[in-house]
Design a protein around this ligand. Structure first.
Ligand SMILES: Nc1ncnc2c1ncn2[C@@H]1O[C@H](COP(=O)(O)OP(=O)(O)OP(=O)(O)O)[C@@H](O)[C@H]1O
Length: 333
């Protein structure tokens, strides 16, 4: 089994079957009993809509585990659901985690998977898994650059011979882009909107570079001055402008990584281009923006949201050839 334990979404791949689960990384809890009420899609629907005694939590924030107990509960829930309640037959689990996660957190993820019944738990850094999932030849002696723009973190890495030559991780990614839209709506349109609405605006008319600039969208929220619900029409260019700061942080991380890349590998990257993965790669025009800023061709992976989990799956299925890609391992007897 391969798992992408992401800030925004968790995906599970089962060897021989493909992707069997794709759910938001959200847990709804009853605050009084401390019992989970819903996990995944059902819990995401509750975000910002819960009554006093129910809280909807995202256990991973900014690419790190913000709430360990809830993360463990969520991981166990998904593993058990995939196995339809049956106990695991000492399976091997490969989990993709953000590369910025600390040693203690790595241990915590491995413990959670072990407690869910896994015998052999392997950790793989998300950029490495994303590169494998996007089809990059990471085992060859050529430089490959991957940018994984997730929910909480953007990871930029140069890989060669199954290893990370250099990498950079910034805690600015898709969530930060949505947050910038929410702040803009409040400041300029006096409209307070929730997390789900700002994400919807980003996905519907958001862009990183001019494309479809004539599009507009009606946004519903709470008017700051009257305190009443109101609908406001917003245009694509103003939404792009509202995201300019976090977008600049992402572009700077790419440039810094390129500046540090050894010349032979840099030459490979110029030849092959840069691969873009993660949900943030779906933002309209982001490939053009990065290409424009770096002068290097940028490709968007075929299925950016699934790259990490597909990478964990490919590693599972080619275990012997790719055994040097792991960043952690625990074995339980
Ligand atoms: N069509 C789209 N346009 C723009 N952004 C999108 C689109 N679809 C998804 N996203 C954004 O992608 C992000 C989630 O991406 P992904 O599932 O790769 O993250 P993750 O792996 O859970 O996070 P992390 O890598 O930080 O742990 C969210 O911020 C979401 O809003």
């Amino acid at each position: 089994m391969g798992i992408d334990l992401g800030t925004a979404n968790t995906l599970v791949y089962v060897s021989g079957k493909g992707i069997v689960l794709q759910e938001p990384s959200v847990v709804a809890m009853d605050q009084d009993s401390k019992l989970p009420l819903a996990v995944g899609e059902d819990a995401k629907r509750m975000l910002g809509r819960t009554p006093g005694n129910v809280i909807a939590l995202r256990p991973l924030r900014d690419g790190v585990i913000a709430d360990f107990d809830t993360a463990e509960l969520m991981l166990k829930h998904f593993i058990t659901r995939v196995h339809e309640g049956k106990t695991l037959v000492s399976p091997r689990i490969v989990i993709g985690i953000p590369s910025g996660v600390t040693g203690v957190e790595r241990r915590a993820v491995m413990d959670a998977a072990s407690q869910a019944g896994a015998r052999d738990v392997y950790l793989i850094d998300e950029p490495v898994a994303a590169a494998i999932g996007a089809g990059l030849p990471v085992a060859e002696p050529t430089g490959n650059m991957i940018i994984d723009i997730g929910g909480g973190t953007t990871e930029v890495a140069v890989l060669s011979l199954q290893g990370t030559v250099l990498s950079e991780s910034v805690r600015v990614a898709g969530d930060e882009l949505s947050e910038a839209i929410a702040q803009y709506m409040k400041k300029v349109h006096n409209l307070v909107i929730g997390e789900r609405t700002s994400e919807e605006i980003k996905i519907t008319i958001g862009s990183a570079y001019p494309v479809d600039d004539d599009t507009t969208m009606e946004v519903r929220g709470l008017h700051l001055l009257s305190g009443l619900p109101r609908t406001v029409a917003v245009k694509a260019p103003e939404i792009r402008e509202s995201m300019s700061e976090p977008l600049a942080v992402i572009v700077d991380a790419v440039k810094r990584t390129l500046e540090r890349t050894p010349p032979e590998l840099a030459a490979d990257i110029i030849d092959r281009g840069i691969m873009l993965a993660g949900g943030g790669a779906l933002l309209k025009g982001i490939d053009t923006l990065i290409s424009h800023e770096t002068g290097i061709v940028v490709h968007v992976a075929a299925d950016p949201l699934s790259c990490v989990v597909l990478g964990t799956g490919r590693v599972l299925e080619n275990f012997k050839q790719l055994e040097r890609v792991f960043s952690g391992r625990s074995r339980n007897f």
